[in-house]
Design a protein around this ligand. Sequence first.
Ligand SMILES: O=C(O)[C@H]1NCC[C@@H]1O
Length: 399
Amino acid sequence: MDVARQLEQTPSGEVIKCIDMHTTGEPTRIIYSGFPTLNGTLLEQRDQAKSQYDHIRKRIMLEPRGHYDMYGAIIIPETELVQSGEAHIGTLFTHNGGFSTMCGHATIALGRFLVDTHDLTVFPQRNELKPNLAAREVKVNIHAPCGLVRVVVPTSADGQKSDSSRPVRFLSTPAYCAAKDLEVSIPREIAWPELGDKTSLRLDISYGGAFYALVDIRQLGFQTGLHNFSLEAVTFAVKRLKRHLVTLPHVIEALQHPEDQRLSFLYSVMVVDHEIGSKPDGVDGVETGLCFFAEDQIDRSPTGSCVAARMALAHAKGTRKQGQTWAYNSLVSNHFNTGAFVANIVDKDVKIEGPNTQTARSGVVVLVEGNAYYTGTMAFIVEQGDRTSESGFVLGACT
Ligand SMILES: O=C(O)[C@H]1NCC[C@@H]1O
């Protein structure tokens, strides 16, 4: 006990404080104190975090404090949308390879945390939240690198605490299908065993705050789908596919976001099985996905930003109408039969424009809902002389 007390008394400039949560098993480490102060617009702050403080991201995400599949959300109190009054707070999302642009599962977790914290040094605009006592919910507008994400958090009767028994929901930034039914040739030297004699496959590219390549599991050659399959074999295939995709001109062309070049990269390959998935009551359909993102990190959750991308894609293909409700599962939500994300399209024909007029698009806004839970609290330090853990590592890089 005395050791815990001593560590807690570490001077505040040397301690990074976090709350850990999970959304369908996917962690969100919310960094609410101790990350260096950043300056400028939110995307500039993201650039600065990448160029100057990547060692701190690694310290919080990787070993020995985290692990390869850790995910984080850094609270950013000042952004241009907070200044203009559109957002209550900003955030930067982090993972094993850097800083992402959108994250649905972390947004769901963050929504609860922002309602539950009453510390104005952590969340200066906390008192601006206006609970709807009749509906027992409160709106929290979060500025994410991809734009403004509007979150609705269920609350206790007095509006002061989040209510974990009801789902958090958020409205995506405009999502759109970037390329349908792209043919991708697979050279022999990168092919994986399950592909057999096939020399090409078909996939789609869609944007939901980040770009996703969406590929059906059977296109990859895994005929049993996302059921009784080898995770190791699918991981091997997807690693090869993702590295190949980013070299192809027709894929790179699809990855150009109209608003900002910093949104224009392939975040993930999402492997989809349209035939299985645990089905909550009242939904019109169900599917399951296995999301590989960042440096081959695997999402345990159904991937909220990709749910928006998948709804936009299905809408563009004419297989999903506004008003239809769909359940999206991950391996974990299927296993526990809990935690599917449920989504529907609430707006369509939304213009997505920016400096790059040639790539202007029309998209949809998607409402996504899911549940997040607290798992613990952390105060991280680096003890003097500890060079091993100062900037975090992954075991694979030590071989
Ligand atoms: O839910 C999401 O959108 C995220 N989960 C991890 C990868 C994605 O950013």
